[in-house]
Design a protein around this ligand. Sequence first.
Ligand SMILES: [Zn+2]
Length: 148
Amino acid sequence: MSFISSASGESRWRGYDYWEEKKVLSYECVSDHEAEGIVKGSEIYHVKIDTEHPRKSTCDCPFAHGRRVICKHMVALYFTLYPHEAEKYHREVEAAQEAWENEQEEIEQKLIDYIRKMGKEKLRDTLLELLFDGPEWQYERFIREHLE
Ligand SMILES: [Zn+2]
């Protein structure tokens, strides 16, 4: 398992931010798969990462201290060592975002097409159903806008 896929989505995203904001103050490589660094978060944290055994990485922040998890400080250090990985991650996030937006647009278009084809009777029933089963604010707003 790669280092970056061992991190949660949240740690990855926040770590990318930290990398972009240059919060890794200093670092040095200890071996071909280990590095140490100082990362500025809400405090100054001492971070060690092991890219061969991600779970052996350590950080003295409250989230990671004493736990075998990958925190945003470790990700920031990792991206500092491997900037092309940061760029790759960013491209993946953008592609996923774009795919999601396209999917939402498709669903919206399907919905619009479907509603356009609905008969009057069916539209009336559906509207009543939505008003009776939907949230109260919607029901009250409809009454305010149409009956008062
Ligand atoms: Zn940390």
